[in-house]
Design a protein. Structure first.
Length: 104
């Protein structure tokens, strides 16, 4: 059984490049519009504060890579900057960017 360890910035950068290569031109344009420099956020998981990276920002929400579930989630940090409410899907980057395309 493998031991879990947090995703590093380098690993996430490689994952983004790989997943972006499967996105449509329109999805890639959306990503360029909402992308941010990788930003660490605190996240509350089962009573313990840990760290995740955000890759995009749109309408006050941040797209994080939830590295336990290995999926991207839109989240709204609380006033203190900690993410306490988030989903546990295993969605790739492409479906999250497609959501933004459909919202426009």
């Amino acid at each position: 059984m493998a031991t879990w360890s947090p995703t590093t910035q380098g690993e996430l950068e490689r994952l983004l490049l790989e997943q972006l290569s499967h996105c449509s031109v329109d999805e890639q344009r959306v990503f360029e519009r909402v992308r941010i420099s990788l930003r660490a956020f605190q996240i509350l998981r089962v009573g313990k504060i840990e760290s995740v990276f955000a890759v995009c920002e749109h309408a006050g929400q941040f797209l994080i890579f939830e590295d336990i579930e290995q999926g991207f989630e839109w989240c709204l940090p609380d006033a203190d900057g900690v993410i306490r409410s988030y989903g546990c899907s295993q969605a790739g980057l492409q479906p999250r960017l497609y959501e933004l395309l459909q919202a426009n």
